[in-house]
Design a protein around this ligand. Structure first.
Ligand code: FMN
Length: 453
C-alpha cells in the first residue's frame, strides 16, 4: 500500500496568540511577548507536537499613530527581535525547525546571510528565513524613507537581495575549514569563492565570515500572494504560506504556483505550500464556536476599524458603524497586502456595514471551529483535494489553542497516517523532505551569480 501524503505543519506564534484580543483573554500572560521562558515553553510544546517548524513573524517598527486604538490590540508593539529570539529557543529544543521573517527592504544582504547562517549553525540545521518585502510605512520611516517603495520595485530589490544572500552562503565550500594543526592550516584557501556583485540595489565584493551551514543554506520561506510574489516564490521559495480561506481559491493558488516552477527548472516537490489556518477546538462544534464568539466579543470596536483602515490603506473611522460602507471609499490601488485589500473590498461590495466587516475580516485566514476529528477531517480534505502540502497554523489564543491541537488533533492525524509519530531527521530540510542544496561552486550544474539572468 502506498504511503499517504504527509502533512507539513508550521506554527505561527505571536506571544499571546494571533487573535486581535488575545492579550485580554484569561489565559494571557502579561509581558509574554518579551519573556524568553514563555517562548521556550511554546516551542517545546510545538516540538512535542512534532511540528516541522516554529515561526516568528515580524515588522521592524512599532506603530506611532492611533496609539489609543493600538493600545487595545498591541500586535508588534512590544516584541523580541526574532532571530535573537530563535537563537535562544534553539538551545531549549532539539528538532523543531526555527523560522523568522527578515525584510529585504530594510536589511543588507550581508547581514541576513550572516544572521541566518549563524542560526543554522546554532540550531544544528534548523533555520528558515521568511523573505518579505514588508508592507507598512511605519517600518519605512525607521529606515530613511517616508513611504514604502512601490510593490514591483520592492520585489525587484528582493530578488537581487536573495540572490546575493544565496551567493554569500556559498562563499565557502563544504569542508573548507579543516583546522589542521600539523600543517598549520585552519582553512583551504581554494575553497573560498568571492561574491563579486554589482547590481541595481547592492554592491557586494567579499566573502561571508562563517563556514557553510549544516543545511547548506537555511530554508527559504515566502508568502507572496500577488502575481510578482508568486513568480518570486516559484523561482526561489521552498516553503510558501498560502493565505486563502476558501478551498477552490486554495486549489487554484496551489496549481498555479506549482505550474510556475517549471520555467525556473524546479520540480513541484521542491516547494511546500502551507496553507494558513486558525483552529479553535471544542468537545463539540458548538463549544468551539461559542469560544470564538466570546473572543470576538473582546475585540474593541476601535481595533476592528483600525485593522480595516490599515489593510484597505484608507481611514474609515469617520463612517457610521451600522451603515454599509460606500464602494467609493475603496482606493483605486493597493501597495501593501494585496490579498487583504481585496478581501475587504469584496466585503464592502457585498453591502455589509462597517461593524459587520470589522467583525468578519480575518486577513484571509480561515478560522476553523470544530472538534479534533472535524479539524483533522478538514485538514485531510484539503490535502486530498490538492489545495496544499500542509498548514501554517496561526494559534489564536496561547497556550490553549496550541495545547488542544497538540493533544487532540496531532494524535488523530498520526492515527490516520498523515503526520509523523516522531522526527526522522535532524534538520528542517530533512523534516520537509527537501534536498540539501549543493554549493554552486562544486555542483556540475552551477551558475555563478554574475552570469545569472
Ligand atoms: C503566514 C504569513 C506570514 C507572514 N508574515 C509576514 C511577516 O512576518 N512580515 C511581513 O512583513 N509580511 C508577512 N506576511 C505578508 C507577506 O510577506 C506578503 O506581503 C503578503 O502575503 C502579500 O503578498 P504580496 O506582497 O505578494 O502582495 C505574511 C503572510 C502570511 C500569509
Amino acid at each position: 500500500m502506498s504511503k499517504k501524503k504527509q502533512m507539513v505543519i508550521g506554527a505561527l506564534v505571536h506571544a499571546n496568540g494571533s487573535h486581535a484580543a488575545s492579550w485580554l483573554m484569561d489565559e494571557a500572560r502579561p509581558h509574554a511577548s518579551t519573556d524568553i521562558d514563555y517562548y521556550r515553553e511554546m516551542a517545546q510544546l510545538a516540538e512535542r507536537g512534532k511540528f516541522d517548524f516554529f515561526f516568528i513573524a515580524d515588522t521592524p517598527a512599532a506603530r506611532t499613530e492611533n496609539l489609543r486604538a493600538w493600545s487595545r490590540s498591541p500586535l508588534f508593539m512590544n516584541v523580541l527581535e526574532p532571530i535573537t529570539l530563535l537563537s535562544a529557543i534553539a538551545g531549549a529544543t532539539t528538532r523543531i525547525g526555527l523560522g523568522a521573517t527578515a525584510s529585504t527592504s530594510f536589511y543588507e544582504p550581508y547581514n541576513v546571510a550572516r544572521l541566518f547562517s549563524s542560526l543554522d549553525h546554532i540550531s544544528h540545521g534548523r533555520a528558515a528565513w521568511n523573505v518579505v518585502t514588508s508592507a507598512n510605512d511605519y517600518a519605512a520611516r525607521n529606515f530613511g524613507l517616508e513611504r514604502l517603495p512601490p510593490h514591483a520595485d520592492r520585489y525587484t530589490k528582493a530578488k537581487e537581495f536573495l540572490e546575493v544572500v544565496e551567493a554569500l552562503w556559498d562563499t565557502w565550500e563544504d569542508g573548507a575549514f579543516v583546522y589542521d594543526k600539523e600543517t598549520c592550516q585552519s582553512f583551504l584557501p581554494e575553497k573560498q569563492h568571492l561574491v563579486d556583485h554589482k547590481g541595481k540595489y547592492f554592491t557586494v565584493h567579499g566573502a561571508l565570515n562563517i563556514e557553510r551551514s549544516p543545511q547548506g543554506r537555511p530554508v527559504i520561506i515566502q508568502a507572496g500572494a500577488s502575481d510578482t510574489g508568486r513568480d518570486f516564490a516559484a523561482e526561489h521559495a521552498e516553503v510558501v504560506f498560502g493565505s486563502s480561506g476558501n478551498l477552490d481559491a486554495a486549489k487554484a493558488f496551489y496549481s498555479d504556483l506549482k505550474a510556475r516552477m517549471a520555467k525556473f527548472g524546479r520540480r513541484p516537490d521542491d516547494l511546500k505550500i502551507a496553507s494558513g489556518i486558525s483552529v479553535v477546538i471544542g468537545d463539540t462544534e458548538q463549544e468551539a464556536r461559542d469560544k470564538l464568539d466570546r473572543w470576538q466579543d473582546l475585540v474593541h470596536p476601535d481595533v476592528g476599524i483600525l485593522r480595516l483602515g490599515q489593510d484597505l490603506e484608507t481611514d474609515l473611522s469617520d463612517l457610521p458603524l451600522d451603515e454599509p460602507v460606500p464602494v467609493s471609499r475603496i482606493p483605486a490601488t493597493s501597495n501593501l497586502h494585496k490579498a487583504y485589500f481585496d478581501e475587504i473590498a469584496g466585503l464592502i461590495r457585498q453591502g455589509l456595514t462597517l461593524r459587520e466587516i470589522a467583525r468578519r475580516f480575518n486577513r484571509a485566514k480561515a478560522t476553523f471551529c470544530g472538534t479534533a476529528t472535524q479539524v483533522a477531517d478538514h485538514m485531510e480534505a484539503w490535502i486530498e483535494a490538492g489545495a496544499c502540502d500542509g498548514f501554517m497554523i496561526s494559534f489564536v489564543a496561547l497556550p490553549s489553542t496550541m495545547t488542544d491541537f497538540v493533544e487532540k488533533v496531532v494524535p488523530e492525524l498520526q492515527r490516520r497516517g498523515r503526520f509523523r509519530h516522531d522526527y526522522e531527521g535532524r534538520t528542517l530540510r530533512e523534516h520537509l523532505g527537501l534536498a540539501r542544496p549543493e554549493n554552486r561552486h562544486t555542483s556540475l550544474t552551477s551558475t555563478p551569480i554574475a552570469k545569472r539572468a
